[in-house]
Design a binder for this molecule. Structure first.
Ligand SMILES: Nc1ncnc2c1ncn2[C@@H]1O[C@H](COP(=O)(O)OP(=O)(O)OP(=O)(O)O)[C@@H](O)[C@H]1O
Ligand SMILES: [Mg+2]
Length: 242
């Protein structure tokens, strides 16, 4: 469904991604893990058309989208939940969801989609009139995901959904992602939290200094602690042990 071929991305002369080739099949839950500054956000931003200084190719449903603009990419069915959630903190929960439907003209369709999102995330329904900035971190993350779901994407790209959340909340959130996957949505997320990403995803890639250094079935990588530690270094090892 989604594929990058030898994708490199640059900030000025600095290369942040080097020849990244990866793919996500329809219905899969794929994660890409890597530590601070590995290039995870850069990869998602490159796919979403936020970074124009790049080489290589990006395909969605067999169609090349490398140089498409963001709105076009979103309209094709790629949903994006950015790093740090970026919800509209001074708007209500429901207004945030409405903002996510910016490409839909039909008001009743928007209402219908909001209803569906409330079924997946009942907590958002309970708080629909609340100002989004008052939500807890976990609720804000669910809202950011809900907002991305408003356009009924085929694939959801997520940037570190676990960031800043307590372990129990992270587990709740990933269980919701499992529900989304069951409903037919393909998932591609990037994470520093390797343990949770490997536990819940089908396949994973490991990114280091802008290059993919390891890939495989998540269940196999999860049992391959030595390999991961060797690749991810001390900083990572400490996180892993926690
Ligand atoms: N706008 C920018 N201008 C210049 N360099 C940048 C810019 N954004 C990121 N970089 C650099 O590109 C590299 C990859 O950054 P990126 O944000 O993609 O990493 P990341 O894996 O998402 O890290 P984190 O886990 O901290 O979010 C880093 O060395 C970073 O300093
Ligand atoms: Mg990042």
């Amino acid at each position: 469904m989604l594929k990058t071929v030898s994708l490199s991305a640059y900030y000025g002369k600095i290369r942040a991604l080097t020849n990244v080739s990866l793919h996500v099949k329809k219905g899969e839950f794929v994660s890409l893990i890597g530590s601070n500054g590995a290039g995870k956000t850069t990869l998602l931003n490159s796919i979403m058309g936020h970074i124009s200084n790049k080489t290589g190719k990006i395909y969605f449903d067999e169609k090349e989208i490398t140089n498409f603009n963001t709105e076009k990419i979103v309209s094709l069915g790629i949903g994006y939940v950015p790093e740090g959630r970026r919800i509209f903190t001074d708007m209500t929960v429901e207004e945030n969801l409405e903002m996510g439907a910016f490409l839909i003209k039909n008001k009743s369709k928007i209402k219908e989609n909001i209803k569906q999102i409330y079924e997946i995330f009942p907590v958002l329904k309970e708080r629909k009139k609340q100002i989004a900035g008052m939500l807890s971190g976990g609720e804000q993350q669910m809202l950011a995901i809900g907002r991305a779901l408003m356009l009924s994407p085929n694939i959801l790209l997520m940037d570190e959904p676990s960031m800043g959340l307590a372990p129990k909340i992270i587990t709740d959130l990933y269980n919701k992602l499992k529900v989304l996957k069951k409903s037919g949505i393909t998932i591609f997320l990037v994470e520093q939290n390797a343990k949770i990403a490997l536990k819940y995803s089908d396949r994973s890639y490991v990114l280091e200094n802008g290059s993919i250094i390891l890939q495989g079935k998540s269940s196999e990588l999860l049992n391959d602690n030595e390999l991961l530690r060797a690749y991810l270094g001390k900083e990572y090892k400490d996180k892993w042990e926690r």
